[in-house]
Design a protein. Structure first.
Ligand code: GP9
Ligand code: MN
Length: 630
């Protein structure tokens, strides 16, 4: 087989011709895959074992498909520019990752002022090696010019469109399969975006930015469509009514001028309070503090797709969580009338604290949007003891105490704990707690985890008391959401000796404790009123004499409203429970099913309306509109 033969071979000619005609595409595809894969390796070694190459290649194919619409010279330019853009985005993402352990989003870029951390320390997060992402761009520039000069034949638009479609469908189908797989293994990850860097490790960097841009644009479109004046007024009237207080007001202004310390505890469910396992109290410290506090034992969590972040969102804004996904991500560009803003208006210093990476749940962006002066995240703590997702509760609470002591008074400190996080395994070696027959079970692991957190909370609360901080502070402590998922409900029912395992029984356990502590243990006692996370801010607003403008919840210390509306449309009205997924009502007193009456139907419609009011308010950024019109 001599050289001449190879040259004249038909197949070889076709191949050469193909290469000659498509070298721009082949080069672009290869370079993009190499760059994104190398970014992937930079942010997570788990990438290497994953199948992340496929979504990365699919996203590169989608980019290529668009270039096929153009005439060839423009196609080359398009690909060259796309290479530049992708490379710059990768560099930005790398720098962002080095600081926040997260990936940039459009919302974060738009609020560039929120990226203080990165911009203040560009020097420390930039790395000369990053220029490697731009190397090809310089090298290829003359080659691109040369190649463009040689292009002669132009394909008709019909052929170009067919190539575009074929390539696009190929890329999109691979992506669709990957996205379906992601939603299966991590059901809420794509919509809630709780852990974006983890999502990126599954779908690749370009896909992440495509999903993020889609989400950002669709929210902006929803935001930009103006609501009718009538609808705006309807929502405004509802809110005015909801926030009106009448008659004598219990404890109004009682906490005015005092510090406020709010502690949101990871997966603290109410059933562990005053409960024993293997003859020992599960939460001996909280049980002690329950007696010194105003304790709400019918306080429901209402989180939806945003989980922990929804609990934060409701407690600080008295707004319902987003219909899907998490408000902390979707509505991070909105204006809020949050607890921190209201206290800031009263000259409070406000700070949020959490021992995990700043970008988790978009906190770095959302705390600013909610007007916190400072956010102390992973970077602001000495990570001297890591358990599970981040800094141990022990170290977090110790260091937070020192921070609180250094704050200018009066202050609002918002603390979010972490260690008692699902799947409750990491904490096992950090404390001895004999759960007897539950050893090794899911519930047993949870009891150990929450027992550990209880010990840390006990130390923290005792220190606040002993060091005199409680004399001039009000403390609110509550659980963020369930600990035992529906899948493990049977274990919980068995632990609690429940005979029934119906929806009514399930709801009985969807409570988290709320403890309100006043100086000198004043007002201690149990309050059985039906209440929920939406009610914390209105209640604190009354205690701190803050204006109530846009709150959907109620003041738990005034009035006899016992409304609790869940994001899925289920509700409690003080007498009945409505379970939306079966359209069934239960009597709260007897636990028996009851028939729907006209009154109940009316109530159901009204509560659905309230959720829609809140959706409209968030989708159209109405707090901004209302405040501007004031
Ligand atoms: C992460 C922590 C856990 O920082 O708040 O969030 P979750 O998984 O419980 O929603
Ligand atoms: Mn949580």
């Amino acid at each position: 087989m001599n050289l001449e033969y190879i040259k004249n071979n038909k197949l070889f000619k076709v191949l050469l011709n193909f290469l000659n005609n498509n070298i721009d595409i082949i080069l672009f595809f290869t370079l993009i895959c190499i760059k994104v894969m190398s970014y992937a390796r930079n942010i997570s070694s788990s990438y290497l074992s994953g199948l992340v190459f496929f979504p990365i290649a699919a996203s590169a194919l989608i980019l290529v498909s668009f270039s096929l619409i153009f005439k060839k010279k423009s196609r080359v330019t398009f690909l060259y520019i796309a290479d530049v853009v992708v490379s710059l985005i990768l560099i930005a993402d790398l720098m962002y990752y080095r600081y926040f352990k997260d990936i940039t989003t459009l919302a974060a870029v738009k609020n560039a002022k929120l990226l203080q951390g990165v911009s203040d320390s560009v020097g420390s997060v930039a790395n000369i090696k990053d220029l490697y992402y731009l190397l090809d761009i310089f090298i290829l520039l003359p080659a691109v010019r040369f190649y463009k000069r040689r292009i002669k034949n132009i394909k008709p638009i019909s052929k170009r469109l067919v190539s575009f479609l074929a390539m696009f469908i190929l890329g999109a189908s691979v992506n669709a399969a990957i996205f379906r797989w992601v939603s299966k293994v991590q059901p809420t990850l794509l919509t809630a975006m709780s852990n974006r860097i983890y999502l990126t490790t599954m779908i690749g960097n370009i896909n992440f930015h495509m999903v993020d841009s889609y989400n950002y644009i669709s929210t902006s479109v929803k935001n930009s469509k103006k609501l009718s004046e009538d609808r705006e007024n309807e929502i405004k009237n509802f809110l005015e009514n909801n926030n009106k207080s009448t008659g004598e007001i219990n404890l109004k202004g009682e906490a005015e001028g005092k510090n406020l310390i709010v502690i949101q505890v990871e997966a603290l469910q109410n059933f562990v309070i005053n409960q024993k396992v293997n003859g020992q109290e599960i939460t001996p410290n909280l049980n002690r503090w329950v007696n010194k506090c105003m304790y709400f034992d019918n306080y429901f969590y209402q989180v939806a797709g945003g989980n922990t972040s929804d609990a934060e969102f409701m407690s600080n804004n008295s707004l319902y969580p987003a219909q899907s996904g998490s408000a902390y991500y979707t509505y991070s560009g909105n204006k809020y009338d949050s607890l921190a803003s209201a206290l800031k208006d009263k000259n409070y210093y406000t700070a949020a604290m959490h021992g995990n990476s700043e970008g988790f749940w978009n906190r770095n962006v959302m705390y600013k949007a909610q007007n916190f002066d400072d956010f102390f995240g992973e970077h602001s703590f000495n990570i001297d003891e890591k358990i599970g997702l981040g800094l141990s509760d022990k170290s977090f609470l110790n260091q937070s105490l020192e921070k609180l002591k250094s704050f200018k008074e009066p202050y609002y400190g918002f603390l979010v704990t972490l260690t008692s996080h699902f799947p409750y395994e990491a904490v096992d070696k950090y404390g001895e707690f004999d759960v007897g027959e539950y050893e090794g079970t899911f519930i047993g692991k949870y009891l150990k985890a929450i027992h550990y957190t209880d010990a840390q909370l006990g130390e923290f609360l005792d220190a606040l008391e002993q060091q005199g901080i409680m004399d001039n502070s009000v403390i609110a402590l509550y659980g963020d959401h369930f600990a035992i998922p529906k899948d493990n409900a049977e274990e919980l029912f068995k632990f609690e000796n429940e005979e029934e395992s119906d929806d009514f029984t399930w709801f009985k356990y969807q409570k988290v404790p709320l403890l309100l502590h006043f100086p000198q243990d004043e007002y201690a006692g149990v309050n059985h009123k039906y209440s929920c996370q939406m009610d914390l801010y209105p209640t604190l607003a009354n205690l701190y004499n803050l204006p109530r403008n846009y709150m959907f919840g109620k003041d738990m210390l005034n009035g006899d409203d016992e409304k609790v509306i869940f994001r899925n449309g289920s509700f409690i009205d003080g007498k009945n429970l409505y379970v939306s997924w079966t359209n069934t009502y239960y009597s709260l007193e007897s636990g028996e099913k009851i028939n729907e009456t006209e009154e109940l139907k009316e109530e159901k419609n009204q509560y659905t309306k309230e959720l829609q009011y809140c959706d409209d308010l968030l989708n159209h950024n109405l707090i901004k509109t209302f405040t501007e019109k004031k």
